[in-house]
Write a protein that binds this ligand. Structure first.
Ligand code: ZN
Length: 413
C-alpha cells in the first residue's frame, strides 16, 4: 500500500480513494470469520432435547459427552449461548397419567445441571438473562415444555410451571392431548384446540409463556392465530414445501400468517424435516418392519422389531440432508415471510442419527453462518437468524405480560 501511494502521480486524494476501493473490495471478498460471528452474537437454539437424553442415558454434559450432540465444551466452541432445554413429555407418559411428575423431574434435572456447574450454566427465565449471562461468561439454559399435558386443565399448574421457568409450551406432541390435536395424530378429537385449549391461549399470553405451534394440527394452528394476542414460535419445524404432505412442517400460508403477526419459525435440522428422500426412506423402513412383524406374528413391543429396524438402517444407506438444504429452507422462509421470521431450532439430541452433513452437533453453528454468508446474508441478517428474532418474540411476550400486571422474573437480577 505504501509503495502505491509514493508513485509520483498518486496525489493524496487519489491515494485515499485507492485505499478506500481496496478496503471495500477486501470487505466484499472476505466476510467476517464465521467463528467470530458465532462468538459475537447471541445464538439461541429453541429446541435441544438434552433432558430426555439424560433421562435415558445419564451423562455429565459439563464436560465432553460424545454420546450426544450437546455438551458444554462443544457448545462453547460453536458459540451457542442459549439452548432451550426441552422439557419433553412423551404421549405414552401422558396416557399413563404421569405427565405432571414427569415434567417436574425433567425440570429438576435441568436445575441440577445448572446448580452442579454454576461456573458454566445458569437457568434463564427472561430475555435479558441471555445477554447478562453472556457477559458473565455463562451459558443460559432457558426451558420450554414440549407437550402441554402436564398443565392438566389447570391455570394454577400453568402458573406453577411458569414459576419454575418454563417460557414456552408446545401445545401437543405426537398425539392429541387435552389441549390440542397433533399433526402426527390422524384422530383429530378436537378439530383443532379443545375448549380448554382455547381458554389457555389468552392465559399463556397474560403470563408471558410463549406459544409453540410446532407439532399441532393445521386446524389448531389457525385457531391459535385467531386467539393469540402475542407473536408465537414454531420452535422446531421446517418448510412443508420440501416435504409435501408432511403436516409436522409449516405450509407457506401458515408461515406468512404467523410472520404477519410477528412470529418466528425456527428451522429443524432433522433430515426427515428437510427433504423427501429421508421421508421416503422412513416410509419404506416402516413398511418393511410391518411386513416382517406380520410374517413372523410378532407383538408390537417385540425386541426383534427394533433389531430388524436397526438392521434395515444399517443395510440401506440413510439419505442424509446437508447444509445446503437447510439453507434452502431458510431462503424459502425469508423470501416468503421476511428476514425477521426465521431462527434456529436444531432438535439436537432429539432426532437421532438423522442430522445433515455439516450440522452434526453444537460445534457447527459457524458452518451455518458460513453458508448464510455464501447465500449473501449480511451480518445483521445473520444475527437475526441466530437469535435476534427469537429474542424479539420473547420480549414481546414479556411486554404483554407486564401490560397485564404480571412480573417478569429474571434469574440474573
Ligand atoms: Zn418435537
Amino acid at each position: 500500500m505504501k509503495n502505491i501511494c509514493r508513485k509520483p502521480h498518486a496525489g493524496p486524494y487519489r491515494c485515499g480513494a485507492l485505499i478506500l476501493v481496496l478496503a471495500l473490495s477486501a470487505c466484499v471478498s472476505q466476510p467476517t470469520d464465521p467463528t467470530t460471528l458465532a462468538q459475537r452474537y447471541p445464538i439461541i437454539d429453541t429446541h435441544i432435547d438434552v433432558p430426555y437424553r439424560l433421562f435415558r442415558n445419564p451423562a455429565d454434559v459439563s464436560v465432553s459427552a460424545p454420546d450426544g450432540q450437546f455438551d458444554y465444551p462443544r457448545a462453547v466452541a460453536g458459540g451457542l449461548n442459549a439452548p432451550f432445554m426441552s422439557i419433553y413429555i412423551p404421549a405414552v407418559v401422558d396416557a399413563a397419567g404421569n405427565a405432571y411428575p414427569f415434567a417436574e423431574s425433567a425440570i429438576d434435572l435441568v436445575e441440577g445441571v445448572a446448580q452442579a456447574h454454576p461456573d458454566k450454566f445458569a437457568i434463564a427465565t427472561c430475555s435479558d438473562d441471555i445477554t447478562a449471562h453472556m457477559q458473565a461468561g455463562l451459558m443460559s439454559l432457558p426451558m420450554g415444555m414440549e407437550n402441554g399435558a402436564p398443565i392438566g386443565g389447570s391455570f394454577e399448574k400453568l402458573a406453577h410451571f411458569h414459576a419454575r421457568g418454563i417460557r414456552y409450551v408446545t401445545l401437543a406432541h405426537s398425539r392429541s392431548n387435552h389441549i390440542s390435536d397433533s399433526s402426527y395424530d390422524p384422530n383429530e378429537v378436537h378439530q383443532g384446540l379443545s375448549p380448554f385449549g382455547r381458554s389457555l391461549i389468552p392465559e399463556m399470553n397474560r403470563l408471558g409463556v410463549m406459544i409453540d405451534v410446532s407439532h399441532i394440527s393445521d386446524k389448531a394452528f389457525w385457531q391459535v392465530m385467531e386467539l393469540s394476542a402475542v407473536p408465537v414460535l414454531a420452535t422446531h419445524s421446517s418448510m412443508r414445501k420440501f416435504t409435501p404432505g408432511f403436516q409436522r412442517n409449516m405450509s407457506d400460508e401458515m408461515l406468512v400468517a404467523m410472520a404477519e403477526r410477528g412470529g418466528v419459525i425456527q428451522i429443524n435440522y432433522g433430515s426427515n424435516f428437510l427433504h423427501q428422500a429421508s421421508q421416503n426412506f422412513s416410509a419404506a423402513r416402516t413398511a418393511a418392519t410391518k411386513a416382517y412383524q406380520e410374517a413372523n406374528h410378532l407383538a408390537d413391543d417385540d425386541p426383534a422389531l427394533s433389531e430388524f429396524r436397526d438392521n434395515y438402517t444399517q443395510n440401506n444407506a440413510y439419505p442424509f440432508a446437508n447444509l445446503d438444504i437447510v439453507l434452502d429452507h431458510i431462503d424459502h422462509a425469508v423470501a416468503l415471510a421476511g428476514i425477521d421470521a426465521v431462527g434456529i431450532g436444531s432438535d439436537y439430541d432429539g432426532v437421532g442419527d438423522t442430522l445433515p452433513t455439516g450440522l452434526k452437533d453444537v460445534t457447527t453453528y459457524p458452518n451455518l453462518i458460513a453458508g448464510l454468508q455464501r447465500r449473501g446474508y449480511s451480518e445483521a441478517d445473520i444475527a437475526k437468524i441466530l437469535g435476534g428474532n427469537t429474542l424479539r418474540v420473547w420480549r414481546a411476550a414479556e411486554a404483554y405480560a407486564r401490560s397485564k400486571g404480571v412480573t417478569v422474573p429474571c434469574a440474573s437480577s
